[in-house]
Design a protein around this ligand. Sequence first.
Ligand SMILES: C[S@@+](CC[C@H](N)C(=O)[O-])C[C@H]1O[C@@H](n2cnc3c(N)ncnc32)[C@H](O)[C@@H]1O
Length: 205
Amino acid sequence: VENFLWIKDDNKRLMMQNLYNKAKADHVPIILDEAARMIDSWLLLLKPTRILEVGTAVGYSAIRMALVSPISKIDTIEKDLDRAKEALENIQHFELVEQIILHEGDALELIPEMTQEYDLVFIDAAKGQYGRFFEDAMKLLRPGGVVICDNMLFHGFVEAEEVPKRYRAMIKKLRIFHETLMNHPELETRILSIDDGISISVKRG
Ligand SMILES: C[S@@+](CC[C@H](N)C(=O)[O-])C[C@H]1O[C@@H](n2cnc3c(N)ncnc32)[C@H](O)[C@@H]1O
């Protein structure tokens, strides 16, 4: 369980603990602890100035990234209006409105309209659509930039022989997306079996 000891400010640490506890209690699917710590480390090394996040939920990962990397400006997209509303309240509560810009809507419609160049793209939304989010976001990624995707192994089913029927279509798409990442001529990709599986891809510079 997270203890947020890396947050030096006592008040902020308590706020973060409360945000985390509430998200868990409400069954909001937030990034798991090990994967989050891995992303923290990458942010500390990469020092990205512009981040695009696909899938805000209630803002936990965006707020975490903003606290870990105060130099980063984060655009985050959420299509569920109730979650987006809660995310905005959380971002305001943390006084991070200057650092995190929340875009309400479907990433599949919003990303193609964006023109900003990003140093890092974090994809954490509908698993069956990763290929499409990726295609669109790749165009905004600067050379040398990084794409991180969560849930790449989806409870181990992506690598399993037997997949429950209800997951089959989505797992098939995730497997195709694996291939896309691994064979992409502009990317170097590694997939880590941390938590639900996390990929890191670097765009050749
Ligand atoms: C796993 S949650 C995100 C968790 C968040 N990144 C965190 O760790 O705190 C995935 C979110 O993506 C949103 N989502 C799914 N498809 C989307 C789309 N096409 N455009 C925007 N948001 C989407 C869902 O509504 C959901 O809230």
